[in-house]
Design a protein around this ligand. Sequence first.
Ligand code: PLP
Length: 418
Amino acid sequence: MNAYTRLVHHETAACNDPFAATAVPIYQTATFDIGDVDDPRAYDYARSGNPTRRVLEDTLATLEDGSRGFAFSSGMAAIASLTRLLTPGDEVVLGHDVYGGTSRLFEQIVAPCQGVIIRRVDFSNCDAVSDVVNERTRLLFVESPSNPCQHVVDIKRLASRIYGLEILLAVDNTMMSPHLQRPLSLGADVVIHSATKFLGGHGDVTAGAVIVRDEAMAERLAFVQNAEGTALGPFDSFLLLRGIKTLGLRLQQQQATAHRCVEVLRQRPDIAHIYWVGLEDHPGATIHERQAAGPGSVVTIDVGSASVARALLTETRLFQAAVSFGGVHSSISIPTCMSHASAVNSSDDGDGAALSESLVRLSFGIEGANDLISDLTRVLDATAQPATVHTDLPITALHDQDEFTMSNSANCVGPSNV
Ligand SMILES: *Cc1c(COP(=O)(O)O)cnc(C)c1O
């Protein structure tokens, strides 16, 4: 099935609805009447299984080319469940630039409480992998492209390097979503999502997912999910199913907007650097193009100083100053003091990625690109020449040609005039 079709057509057999509801019903119940104890019905207790969640989990598995999916109350709960497959003395090799909360979980909980050894590696320098893994290594955990600096890992190559070893390769696919990248098809063993970001897409649900292919691993994850009670609730599962349907359209629009804004930003001398895999001079661009269907809509820019970064954060009007990304609303964050504060604080031993305070992460939503460009340039112009530039122009004066007109362009990246 086409990627867009898969997003809309969910296999709903798991809820076996007697009225043939066309939208997946929310089974807001903690318990189910099991009927005959000797021949119980499919569900008994919602921690162990719930039809709404099951449809979501099956959908996630399909979208990621996996065999089983598991939905959790957050991305962190999803990652934590994966760490339960580790035993004391095992070693985890963690990407040097993973999400701040992931670093915190591994370094401050998994290492001290589960007796697991954590090693940090720059996987975008993949040649080092054979030097890093040893007989204790059980898990490689990577993001590609990473967040916020968009280092790209060659997933297929990394998978081939550990092939036949008892080492799992887990890819946190949050930045891409299954619509753009499917790590299991590239040889990874586990896919992780913070479904709070692109999968949900509306900033109204916190959720996470783990998707695997291997049946034995799926059984162990199902056991962990039930034993620890970290599964996603029925209403949140419904919200995710609803959000997933428009993932393809959202991404199409968001990527086109990111592209337009980057084109403007890269003309500006006051932007020191742009980190986006969509740029042809990005060091990972070729690998990324091979393994993903698009660059995504999260762009990190280096604005040269911490004060300009702060000004952008507080003075843009259309970018919500929020840690999350991937939603229909554009958002802006300063990784060092927001999403990655936990990593900055915890990596004083220096083996995490060093982040600059002049980095600003922009997540482009589905607003009109011209509005977003005006909003950014207004603040940037003002910080460059504070005495002469008005910073209080009303937003309505800044966008006159914003109209939703569908693009005729062959590659169909979305409305060209927005
Ligand atoms: C947000 C995020 C997480 C954590 O997910 P939550 O849903 O916030 O718990 C994990 N990985 C990445 C890449 C993220 O962006």
